[in-house]
Design a binder for this molecule. Structure first.
Ligand code: PLP
Length: 446
């Protein structure tokens, strides 16, 4: 059988991202063969609702012919153009302009990367160059938040605060520091105001301990994704942004997951009422059809770097920065968002939250949280004590497999958390099916 031979070839030759090499060899690969809308099909012809939009990225859903056509047309006309040597192409220029028009505040300058990790990595370099240009190169210390994820490049993996991305790799580095996550469900502080005040105080104390003249930037996901979909109290992001402004350090919003309609508006910063100094996006930018990320730079960051470099080249860039095919796809995807997808996502998101809240009566559901089409439930064996599921019950792979058997793709986090990030095109029926199938998985896990 084709699928059997593929499983064997995969086992022998394909190194999978973020996987246990040995565990993967034992389990074997699950092969997807097709997709349409919010549904994916596997090699056994099983149809599943993709409750996780691939890897929180296929926001527009699968199978949009107009996107395929945009890519094909760009490939026919001009498959590649470098941005080096002052060259360019129409699609990335138009895309940069469209994004700048929609971005919060004065985030008017766009640098295109290949995905989220290298977008974050690029910001680390731009931030260093910014302080160098200002004559303060000693500002080389970076702060991020526990439970945060900022990709897995050599530098960005250190801003990431999930141990699996550090152990054995020699990161994080001495110039990378962390403050505690807000993680409201497990935070001993009870009110939003207390949590916000404690985070601001911790950030200020951290800056003081490092030396205020040495701190370059603070990184935040408006909602922490890979740490378990941790939604901060309302006002937390703004309070952290204000604290950075007060201390004179740059504030970087990592919207790789939250960007492009995932939480409702085009960018989550809009509803947090903040304008970061730099913002990173990827995933929903092209809705996963082709790779692309984007760094948004505010006027003052751009101008400072431009002045600092003068006639010299700012030595940062990739062969595939501002790839015309990716840009053509992103332009088409942007049309889809504004042609009804964002609106549908907002309705479907409200339905998803309502449906998941309805699972709170289940003995295993300790917490339900989320915003828009980004949500999680946290499983416990004792709701009062918030006791996590024992390791024997909750291996992430087992719960993932159980959901798969029910026709549902979810993200199953190792801590006993189910993550949801369905495509914004989901119908209300599909949202209800996501919730119903989740209940079946929970019943089977009791
Ligand atoms: N930043 C955040 C907040 C992310 O969630 C991710 C990926 O999930 C990244 C950065 C890295 O993006 P990529 O996997 O496209 O490199």
């Amino acid at each position: 059988m084709l699928s059997n031979s593929l499983v064997e070839l995969d086992r022998r030759h394909l190194v999978h991202p973020v996987s246990s090499f040995r565990g993967h060899e034992a389990r074997g690969v699950r092969i997807l063969t097709g997709a349409k809308g919010a549904t994916v099909t596997d090699a056994e012809s099983r149809e599943l609702i993709d409750g996780f939009a691939g890897l929180w990225c296929v926001n527009a859903g699968y199978g949009h012919e107009s996107v395929v056509e945009a890519a094909a047309e760009q490939m026919r006309q001009l498959p590649y153009a470098t941005g080096y040597f002052d060259l360019g192409a129409e699609a990335p220029i138009k895309l940069a302009a469209e994004l700048a028009e929609r971005a919060p505040g004065d985030l008017n300058h766009i640098y295109f990367s290949l995905g989220g990790s290298d977008a974050v990595d690029s910001t680390i370099r731009f931030v260093r160059y910014y302080w160098y240009s200002k004559g303060q190169p000693e500002r080389d210390q970076f702060i991020s938040v526990e439970q945060g994820y900022h990709g897995s490049t050599t530098m960005g993996a250190g801003l990431t605060a999930l141990p699996g991305f550090h152990e054995g790799f020699g990161v994080p580095y001495s110039w990378q520091h962390k403050i505690s996550s807000h993680y409201t469900y497990r935070n001993p502080l009870k009110t939003d105001a207390e949590i916000i005040a404690a985070s601001v105080a911790e950030l200020k104390a951290k800056v003081e301990a490092i030396g205020p003249e040495k701190v370059a930037a603070f990184y935040v996901e408006p909602i922490q994704g890979s740490g378990g979909v941790l939604v901060p109290p309302k006002g937390w992001v703004k309070a952290m942004r204000d604290a950075c402004k007060e201390m004179g350090i740059l504030f970087i919003a990592d919207e790789v997951i939250t960007g492009f309609g995932r939480t409702g508006p085009l960018f989550c910063c809009e509803e947090e009422d903040i304008v970061p100094d730099l913002m990173t996006t990827a995933k929903g930018l092209t809705s996963g059809y082709v790779p692309m990320g984007a760094v948004f730079m505010s006027d003052h960051v751009y101008e400072t770097i431009a002045e600092g470099a003068g006639a010299k080249a700012v030595g940062h860039g990739f062969t595939y920065s501002a790839h015309p095919v990716s840009a053509a796809v992103a332009l088409e995807v942007l049309k889809l968002y504004e042609g009804g997808l964002l609106e549908n996502g907002r309705k479907a998101g409200a339905r998803l939250m309502e449906g998941l809240q309805g699972l709170s009566d289940h003995p295993l559901v300790g917490d339900v949280r989320g915003r828009g089409m980004l949500a999680a439930i946290e499983l416990v064996t004792d709701k009062d004590k918030k006791t996590p599921l024992p390791a024997s019950v909750q291996p992430a792979t087992r719960l993932f497999d159980r959901a798969w058997e029910q026709g549902l793709v979810i993200r199953s986090f190792a801590q006993g958390i189910f993550g949801y990030a369905p495509p914004l095109c989901c119908t209300m029926e599909e949202i209800d099916q996501i919730v119903d199938r989740t209940r079946k998985v929970l019943d089977l896990t009791l």
